[in-house]
Design a protein around this ligand. Structure first.
Ligand code: SME
Length: 160
């Protein structure tokens, strides 16, 4: 397929329903992890214009910064630390409507007000996390969790 996205206006669900098949088509047939994670971050940024979107990849006992779109970010996060390290430890999606209320939140950017972190889980183990930050409070909800979970499942099956 051509490497450009056809984006739509509409509800959040409509945007995800439009975007994910195009992103899956872009990644299918490509097994390189960096390539697929990079295009995933870019596609999500292009479609939703979030403040920050990207991946942290499990390397030993740490998460290490992977492909992302947005301002520069911290490079290493320990298991159990911050929202990302907590999602890793708990093996579940964490929705944080107000980052200042999350104990141990790691403020890579003072502009970030709310966050969702979706762990990528292969054979019961977290292999990476998808982290999305918004400059607006209470920005993410169950719809984001639903579709980002579909994306994580696809990425795990494709490039982990
Ligand atoms: N806020 C995250 C750290 C990563 S940055 O937001 C990109 C956390 O608390 O884990």
């Amino acid at each position: 397929m051509a490497e450009d996205l056809k984006l739509v206006t509409g509800s959040k669900s409509e945007k995800y329903e439009n975007l994910l098949p195009q992103l899956f088509a872009l990644c299918e047939g490509e097994e390189d992890q960096i390539a697929n994670l990079a295009n995933s971050a870019a596609a999500l940024k292009e479609a939703f214009n979030w403040w920050w979107v990207g991946f942290y990849i499990v390397r030993g006992d740490e998460l290490v910064l992977g492909p992302f779109q947005g301002p520069v970010a911290c490079t290493r996060i320990k298991k159990g630390k911050g929202v990302c390290g907590s999602a890793w430890e708990q093996k579940k999606v964490l929705l944080v409507p107000d980052v200042e209320q999350f104990p141990g939140h790691i403020a890579c950017s003072s502009a970030s007000k709310s966050e969702i972190v979706v762990p990528l889980i292969k054979d019961g183990e977290v292999v990476a996390v998808l982290d999305v930050d918004s400059e607006f409070p209470d920005f993410f909800d169950a719809t984001d969790a639903l579709y980002l979970e579909k994306l994580q499942a696809f990425l795990v099956s494709t490039c982990f």
